[in-house]
Design a protein around this ligand. Structure first.
Ligand code: NAP
Length: 516
């Protein structure tokens, strides 16, 4: 069975049936409100109700939509006790059966993709295209990893014969329990991170982002429905600052898979191995740059930079936050980019034409407002620089240029709709600046010169790179085609999600020899 991307919107577009997509999405938007005003349990085989709660608010209006549990130490202890004892049985079920369960899960999620994407508008503020793309990617991860496991026959290999009377086997086995700690910005990351270690035979405890707990909860329910035993997948919603340390330091946890900010990732990386060795994979932030060369098609470059910088209000780890623009095309590029940016108004993600949508929560909104007070001292604010009055967390896309040397706007990940633009003398000089950055997640170049693109690909120290992608100059990686991997401070594993090297990271090799 070949892997195919779900690609919902593209399929509707190609068959000229986009109206059908809108009708289904709008129906789901209404129906998904049935989930609101309720409280949802943690899941450790049974439902668990805790004393303390987490309030899930919507960025659309800043109001509470539902309550989740804030996991206690007792619940964590119970989960680890069950999960650490049950992983062997799950592994022994065999790779064929496990892969089939994941393919079933992909089908179930595909049937419910409108419901999940509508919920994402409420939970993390994505517009319908971004939300459906996110759910599509989650489906892709389930399918891709299941097919990858099948293709590799469960990672069991008969190997060399040291002596005539010996038979040897290399078998990849699970470690035990993986703790998965997920970020808010992609539901697909929650799904991908939970799926990979679980599929290969580990048990998983999912601690979702407190900003998208409902979609994460519904996903875990769906996995149980697809056939994953409850003893092997627990759902523990809880605030990272209270449950994080006990989770990552517990000796019953053999591995940690984290995606999120650099600060939290480094903290986990250092704490996790203090008492017992663990596999610790931390995917972290980025300061993603696009180069606009003097040989660029400027129309493509403007659209590519705009969409990459301001899609999902700059809250993609792959969002462009710095554009290095050649001095010979700087004025024409800036004129076009400013015109394009000023034409967009931040709006309610439920609207059909919404592109720039609210930032995820009150903290992000407050951070944006504080930064707007600081930016004028750093450079020339050419667009945005303000928030929208009224309910919700709507920020205008902001462009700043003429930055002072070493400005934090060029160096730090801000994770908001803020783009720095810097004039450069050559592509080579831009690459040197990019390579000096702490981060190395995604990037792009706009140039019509093959030689220049080749030079960029050969020399830039960044994990995911694109040339001339006007739908998103540094964004939009697809499972199975663009493995997603961060270099330097952006990630520690060097292996991409949605790639053929990913699954092996959650397995340990056992060498078995029998003498006849
Ligand atoms: P975050 O604030 O670091 O949170 C990520 C997760 O860590 C959340 O589940 C959070 O829980 C939890 N957490 C918080 N404090 C913790 C602690 N002390 N111990 C253990 N866990 C803790 O990141 P975010 O704001 O959700 O996500 C945005 C960041 O993720 C950006 O930096 C972005 O670049 C990065 N990102 C990177 C990639 C990549 O592939 N490299 C992909 C996506 C996102 P709570 O929600 O309860 O706080």
């Amino acid at each position: 069975m070949p892997f195919l991307n779900e690609n919902t919107v593209l399929k509707y577009r190609e068959s000229s049936k986009e109206e059908e997509f809108h009708a289904k999405y709008e129906k789901a938007l209404k129906e998904c409100e049935k989930y609101f005003g309720k409280e949802y349990p943690n899941i450790v085989v049974d439902d668990v109700v805790e004393e303390r709660k987490i309030i899930d608010t919507s960025p659309i209006n800043g109001k509470e939509i539902l309550k989740m549990q804030n996991a206690s130490m007792e619940t964590l202890d119970k989960a680890l006790g069950i999960l650490s004892k049950s992983y062997r049985k799950w592994f022994e079920l065999g790779h064929l059966a496990r892969a089939q369960i994941f393919l079933n899960a992909a089908e179930l999620l595909s049937k419910r993709k409108y419901e999940f994407s509508a919920l994402l508008a409420w939970e993390n503020g994505k517009n319908r295209y971004e939300a459906m793309g996110d759910v599509d990617e989650a489906i892709d991860f389930l399918r891709y990893y299941a097919l990858n496991l099948l293709e590799n026959e469960g990672f069991v290999k008969f190997i060399g014969k040291a002596y005539k009377n010996e038979e040897s086997l290399s078998i990849m086995k699970p470690y035990g329990v993986f703790a998965v700690i997920a970020p808010f910005n992609f539901f697909s990351i929650t799904v991908g991170m939970t799926s990979a270690p679980l599929l290969v035979g580990n048990s998983v405890i999912l601690k979702p982002s407190s900003d998208i707990p409902l979609t994460s909860y519904l996903f875990v329910r769906l996995m149980h429905e697809a056939g994953v035993p409850k003893e092997n997948l627990a759902f523990l919603s809880g605030s990272g600052s209270s449950i994080g340390d006990p989770l990552v330091t517990d000796k019953r946890v053999s591995g940690i898979l984290f995606t999120g900010s650099r600060e939290t990732g480094l903290r986990i990386f250092h704490k996790a191995n203090m008492e017992s060795p663990k596999v610790v994979i931390t995917e972290m932030g980025g300061k993603d740059a696009i180069i606009v060369s003097d040989k660029a098609n400027i129309v493509k470059a403007i659209e590519g930079v705009f969409r990459s910088a301001f899609g999902y209000s700059g809250q993609k780890c792959s969002a462009c936050s710095v554009a290095y623009v050649h001095k010979d095309v700087y004025n024409v590029f800036m004129e076009g980019l400013l015109k394009r940016t000023k034409s967009e108004e931040p709006s309610d993600p439920r609207g059909r034409s919404a592109f720039i949508t609210p930032v995820v929560n009150k903290e992000a909104f407050t951070k944006f407002k504080e930064l707007m007070g600081k930016l004028p001292a750093e450079g020339k604010v050419q667009a945005g620089g303000r928030v929208k009055d009224g309910e919700g967390y709507y920020c205008y896309p902001t462009i700043i240029s003429d930055l002072k040397n070493d400005s934090f706007v060029i160096k730090d990940e801000l994770f908001l709709p803020i783009l720095a633009v810097k004039k450069i003398d050559s592509v080579k000089a831009a690459i040197e600046e990019i390579n000096r950055s702490d981060y190395g997640l995604t990037g792009g170049i706009f140039s019509e010169s093959e030689e220049e693109i080749d030079y960029y690909f050969k020399n830039v120290d960044v994990g995911v790179i694109y040339a001339n992608r006007s739908v998103g100059g540094s964004t939009g990686a697809m499972v199975g085609s663009q493995p997603f991997v961060g270099w330097k401070m952006s990630g520690v594993s060097g292996k991409g999600t949605g790639s053929f090297y990913y699954l092996q990271q959650f397995l340990r090799e056992q060498s078995q020899t029998i003498v006849h």
